[in-house]
Write a protein that binds this ligand. Structure first.
Ligand code: SF4
Length: 171
């Protein structure tokens, strides 16, 4: 089971560039960031995130065109199934992982993937010194140079977009 914290669900403009994103905070975090900004997300808190819940959230937030999982929880199979459900709704699935690397199945299931734990001395995405990276899957017609190839898909590193805009994304 994947759980999210309903009262922290929000529509965000900065976390995924060029998207109006519905973001949900996932609990049962398996990360171990030294400077963890939300230790309670490591606990088994919140409510089950199911396809029906996602449908309702998208319906209640008309106009969003991306769905972001802030964290992965501890049930990878269900997480991947939920990502597939998001895509079936016709919008990209995005993941902010706190891990340095994620499995091929994750790269296959998500259209945006952020990797890298939060390190206080390196800062979040909008810090030029950050260790974190946000990648976007390139579409079949896009000719941009890929920075990464995972699960047979090409990804572009979007991290520099955060440096230009000087925004303050979630850690
Ligand atoms: S990913 Fe890191 S910062 Fe985020 S909740 Fe998990 S341990 Fe904390």
């Amino acid at each position: 089971m994947i759980k999210y914290v309903p009262e922290m669900t929000s529509v965000v403009l900065e976390e995924i560039p060029d998207r109006v994103t519905l973001a949900v905070e996932i609990s049962n975090c398996r990360g171990n960031c030294t400077g963890c900004h939300s230790p309670f997300l490591r606990q088994d808190v919140g409510a089950p995130l199911t396809p029906a819940v996602i449908d309702a959230l998208v319906r209640d937030n008309f106009g969003v065109n991306c769905f972001l999982f802030l964290g992965e929880g501890q049930d990878p199979e269900t997480l991947l199934a939920l990502a597939a459900h998001v895509r079936a709704l016709g919008m990209p699935a995005a993941l902010y992982s706190g891990r340095a690397e994620v499995e091929e199945a994750v790269w296959a299931a998500f259209d945006y993937v952020k990797v890298g734990p939060y390190l206080p001395e390196r800062g979040p995405l909008n810090d030029r010194n950050t260790n974190q990276r946000l990648y976007r899957a390139l579409g079949p017609d896009e000719t941009e140079t890929a920075d990464l190839v995972k699960a047979g898909r090409k990804f572009r590193d979007m991290t520099a977009r955060f440096w230009r805009r000087g925004i303050d994304p979630l850690k």
